[in-house]
Design a protein around this ligand. Sequence first.
Ligand SMILES: [Zn+2]
Length: 271
Amino acid sequence: MPELPEVETTRRGVAPHLEGRSVEAVIVRQPSLRWPVPEELGRALAGAHLNHVSRRAKYLLFRFDRGTLILHLGMSGHLRVIPAATPVRSHDHLDVVFEGDRCLRFNDPRRFGSVHWVTGEPEQHPLLAELGPEPLDGEFHGDHLFQTSRGRRVAVKVFIMNARIVVGVGNIYASEALFLAGIRPGRAAGRVTRAEYARLAEAIKTVLQKAIIAGGTTLRDFAQPDGAAGYFAQQLNVYDRAGEPCRVCATEIRHRVMGQRATYFCPACQK
Ligand SMILES: [Zn+2]
């Protein structure tokens, strides 16, 4: 499933090919995605000029002169920028063809992705309005986690995966960040100290940035007809390593299910 680093890498991969160009055609092959593709999309985008591609949480925001196309990759979505005549493969649901024969093609086998068109401020869209801060923003610090967690008994791992608290901390990154910060995933969020949250906020930034840097090596794949969805190989300390020795202290990594998600930790390094 594309996580925040994959979405950010997608943004960096497609933006330079499209920004500053106008739309020549929209081709919808499969309108039933997670939500129906807006019927007015073709009319809305015809001739529209793309100013900028940005990201909010796991949503890509294609900011045109007359509105914003919001796109979510869902569980299996992938974007490429290719010549419009490139043969269509199965699950190629949507093309947005820009001038200069730059076709933005959306492929999504499981169809949990979605496309939305908004003419107002995209941040006010119901999907985005309630989201917490971006973890890689300069303003995101441990104090935010400390203050919003007081009195909460939910496990700290479940807490940091809540997009209303902070966006983009997926299951793998939550386990890895808690390991780096030395915090047991099952502790009550309200009992984690200010100093521990300061370490945790830094650890979240570290694991996400490492994944984005790993994804940088795949940037050129976004402009190749056979480009495949990239999942960034980075060395994981605890995730999916149950029973294997901790890379720091050699204690066996443990596994627990928490909030229905697989959770991994070192019982010696994490308190
Ligand atoms: Zn350890």
